[in-house]
Design a protein around this ligand. Structure first.
Ligand SMILES: Nc1ncnc2c1ncn2[C@@H]1O[C@H](COP(=O)(O)OP(=O)(O)OP(=O)(O)O)[C@@H](O)[C@H]1O
Ligand SMILES: [Mg+2]
Length: 377
């Protein structure tokens, strides 16, 4: 049983947090007891789901008259409360109409609890894949633009570059009008400290992760852009990142499974990219928008990270404000050599300045001079 926390637990050594709290500008600190009441003691009935960081519960905060989603994150380390306080206060200062608003937090026992606004339409994956009503194209296109705006804000418009590191349809939440709100931003940063340097691999999800990142374990703005590209292709094609393709003329043989980027790139190379659009839409879409979403998806997921667009360039094309990029007809294969000092470099990033591997002043954690990228066409 968790010990119920007193307010003094938070404020003893964090006078600045208390100031923010009193001014109503910082994150709201909840007592564990309040959140337990809101969720009927975190009962199974209230459970919305479970992810890589912990479980999420639906709750109602009587005092605020507010429906919320409460995420219980197992810390798995003896993370200092002060460190959490500063991380949470950074994250709670992020405000954008396409981000799930963090309302507050509670740090007690072995757990960190994060309180978010409740998203009545759940996450995008259920709408793309549940087999229920087909999500019409105009809503999908709005979701694409909303998600792009959220990333633009995190990467370029806020005072520091905030990397998300786990962009995927499960983390794209939908409000009552099906507007996209990106969730779980900054979460990887919160759990970063206790998990050592190569956290990206642990934090991200296979299929969405920049292949280069899988080897080096280092996140960057470019690796977020890669995951964004994969999500764009999923929204356009209605397919998960791993696509099963039947082998032609070989009925008894096993099917091939290829990555969605490669799958769509083959349609692009044949000059028939629209044939990869979600068949369940039955052709009901604006062809220019669909083509832009798919081509930008490929561009963002370019195997060579140095040839990917910035999120701003990607958004400009998605908004049909700049022309489509011209990509090679065949998907390029990128190979690169991890630098001999990769491990040393990464660990030094994670240990200096309180783990600046997810929020940096420049937007790219890793200097491109530490990597060699050879493009084979
Ligand atoms: N703010 C919210 N409102 C409504 N439902 C939510 C909210 N946040 C999360 N959920 C739901 O809770 C479930 C679990 O979310 P969680 O973030 O723990 O896992 P995930 O997104 O699948 O994976 P990850 O750990 O990589 O984020 C998901 O099904 C999600 O739809
Ligand atoms: Mg999530």
């Amino acid at each position: 049983m968790e010990r119920e926390l007193e307010e003094g637990d938070f404020f003893d050594d964090e006078p600045e947090m208390q100031d923010d709290f009193e001014k109503g500008t910082g994150p709201k600190l909840f007592r564990y007891g309040e959140l337990a009441i809101a969720t009927d003691d975190f009962s199974d009935d209230h459970k919305l789901g479970e992810g890589g960081f912990g479980s999420v519960y639906r709750g109602f905060l009587k005092e605020m008259n507010l429906d919320v989603a409460i995420k219980k994150v197992s810390k798995g380390s003896k993370q200092g409360r002060k460190e959490y306080a500063s991380e949470v206060s950074i994250i709670s200062r992020l405000r954008h109409r396409n981000l799930v608003q963090l309302i507050g937090w509670c740090h007690g026992g072995g757990e960190l609890l994060l309180v978010y606004e409740l998203m009545p339409n759940g996450s995008l994956d259920t709408h793309l894949y549940s087999g229920a009503a087909v999500l019409p194209w105009p809503l999908r296109h709005e979701i694409v633009l909303g998600l792009g705006s959220a990333l633009l804000y995190l990467h370029q418009d806020w005072e520091q570059c905030v990397l998300h590191r786990d962009i995927k349809p499960n983390n794209v939440m939908l409000d009552a009008s099906f507007h996209a709100k990106l969730g779980d931003f900054g979460l990887a940063r919160l759990v970063d400290h206790g998990r050592g340097s190569h956290t990206t691999v642990l934090a991200s999800t296979k299929g969405y992760m920049d292949p280069e990142c899988m080897t080096t374990g280092r996140a960057s703005a470019e690796s977020d852009v890669y995951s964004f590209g994969v999500v764009l292709l999923e929204i356009a094609c209605g397919r998960r990142p791993m696509v099963t393709v039947a082998r032609r003329g070989e009925e008894d043989r096993e099917d091939d499974v290829i990555h969605i980027v490669q799958w769509v790139w083959e349609f692009y190379g044949r000059g028939a990219i629209l044939d990869a659009a979600d068949a369940r839409l039955e052709g009901e879409f604006d062809a220019r928008e669909m083509e832009a979403v798919m081509v930008v998806g490929l561009w963002c997921a370019h195997p060579d990270r140095s040839l990917r667009p910035s999120i701003r360039q990607a958004v400009n094309v998605l908004r049909l404000e700049t022309p489509l990029p011209s990509l090679p007809a065949r998907m390029p294969v990128a190979t690169y050599m991890p630098p001999p000092d990769a491990f040393y470099y990464t660990s030094s990033v994670a240990t200096t300045g309180g783990g600046s591997s997810t929020i940096t002043g420049t937007g790219t954690t890793v200097s491109s001079t530490t990597e060699t990228s050879i493009l084979l066409k």
